[in-house]
Design a binder for this molecule. Structure first.
Ligand SMILES: [Zn+2]
Length: 160
């Protein structure tokens, strides 16, 4: 039987919902995911899957989930897989880290993302805490939390 059961309840399944053509295959290295990994492996995959779903939801909310952005997201998740193997206790930090990784990669390639919905001068929201659980998108200019990572609402579309 495939190891599909994700023990914990309450984690949404918003990934792939309404997305076209992003079924998790990235075509890069073919890392096996459901192949009976040793102890800990499945928990790590659930953490990474959750982080991926949150950031993908935010990309989608701002209409930024194009193929390029999604592949940047896949790369960020892959590199955090290694990080999480080294430090399993950091699981709660992974969503905030992946969000920042994607933000940084988008900035290099395309521009600032996600743009602040509160300020007239376009600037990117920041993730706070940078290394901690329960990350939020924050307007640093106003010192206001705009939304939790994964729940970014509609707003200025970008990257810009
Ligand atoms: Zn702002």
């Amino acid at each position: 039987m495939p190891a599909r059961a994700r023990g914990t309840a309450g984690w949404g399944r918003r990934d792939n919902g309404g997305m076209d053509g992003t079924d998790g295959t990235n075509g890069m290295d073919g890392t096996p995911e459901d192949s009976g990994t040793p102890a800990g492996g499945r928990g790590a995959e659930a953490v990474l899957h959750h982080a991926r779903a949150l950031v993908l939801a935010d990309l989608t909310a701002r209409r930024a989930a194009g193929p390029e952005a999604v592949s940047l997201l896949e790369e960020a998740v892959s590199s955090r897989r290694w990080w999480l193997e080294q430090w399993a206790d950091g699981a709660a930090f992974v969503p905030g880290l992946v969000a920042q990784d994607v933000q940084d990669a988008l900035l290099e390639a395309y521009g600032r993302w996600p743009l602040c919905p509160l300020c007239e001068d376009p600037h990117a929201l920041a993730v706070e805490p940078e290394l901690g659980p329960d990350p939020h998108w924050v307007c640093e200019a106003r010192g206001v939390a705009v939304a939790p990572v994964g729940s970014l609402g509609p707003g200025p579309e970008g990257p810009r």
